[in-house]
Write a protein that binds this ligand. Structure first.
Ligand SMILES: NC(=O)c1ccc[n+]([C@@H]2O[C@H](COP(=O)([O-])OP(=O)(O)OC[C@H]3O[C@@H](n4cnc5c(N)ncnc54)[C@H](OP(=O)(O)O)[C@@H]3O)[C@@H](O)[C@H]2O)c1
Length: 218
């Protein structure tokens, strides 16, 4: 049983992952920014804690992270501007890793982005900046002394899981159902032997359980 600090539990990946973490027997603290989200998170079995990443400081995180051994970060600024993207996608994961290490956290699961996402789609400067800071956050986390796993999903589809994926160290670009991302994260978290890995993820034709088993024994 892990004591998980979950950032992004109310998101489209996060809300699909949270019940699975509870079902695995973990104790989950869920950071949320809107007061009205607390009731649902508590009903799902998490301990809600309110806070906005745009405002939280290092010392706030030190207080919040105490007593946890695992961080899951599936949050994102979702194209809400450069300042928010820089803070949420870029600065917060390495800050959590640094402070987490100081207060006894052991593991960090980070949802990043597939490097070839939207190539040639001309999504503009904001998207390029998002990809840049996501990569910078990955680069900082891999230098951390924590046990980390970075998952890089392709473009997310708002669809439920069919549990068929491609999961590997390098893949050709593709899209992936958010349900499959949540289920893959749940399976990774249930398999702590997988550590210090960057894994790319798209929809595919291998069962998640088989993919996780293959990577565990790689
Ligand atoms: N979109 C794509 O195609 C794509 C592709 C690859 C990777 N990703 C990454 O996949 C991850 C999950 O995506 P998703 O679709 O689940 O995202 P999402 O639905 O937009 O969820 C984002 C989460 O972050 C939280 N959040 C945002 N700003 C916050 C703040 N200032 N303080 C506290 N919480 C905040 C949101 O809370 P609220 O409920 O309050 O909004 C929500 O829980 C993200 O890291 C994203 O960058 C996305």
């Amino acid at each position: 049983m892990s004591r998980i600090f979950f950032v992004g539990a109310t998101g489209k990946v996060g809300h699909r992952l949270l019940p699975q973490l509870i079902a695995q027997g973990h104790k989950v603290t869920a950071l949320h920014r809107k007061p009205e989200q607390a009731e649902k998170l508590a009903a799902q079995g998490a301990t809600p804690v309110q806070g906005d990443m745009m405002e939280l400081t290092g010392s706030d995180y030190e207080t919040l992270l105490k007593g946890h051994d695992t961080i899951i970060f599936s949050a994102g600024a979702a194209g809400s501007g450069k300042e928010r993207t820089g803070k949420i996608d870029g600065e917060t994961p390495p800050l959590l890793a640094k402070i987490g290490l100081e207060v006894g956290v052991k593991r960090f699961y980070l949802v990043s982005a597939f490097p070839e996402s939207a190539r040639n789609d001309n999504l503009g400067e904001g998207f390029e900046y998002y990809m840049k800071v996501k990569k910078e956050a990955d680069a900082k986390l891999v230098k951390s002394a924590l046990d980390w796993v970075i998952v890089r999903p392709g473009t997310l589809l708002d669809e439920e899981a069919d549990n068929k994926v491609s999961l590997d160290y390098a893949l050709t670009y593709g899209k992936v159902k958010r349900g499959n991302v949540a289920n893959t994260l749940a399976a990774l978290i249930a398999q702590p032997a997988i550590t210090r890995q960057i894994l790319e993820l798209t929809d595919g034709d291998e069962a998640i359980t088989d993919a996780i088993g293959r990577i565990t024994t790689a």
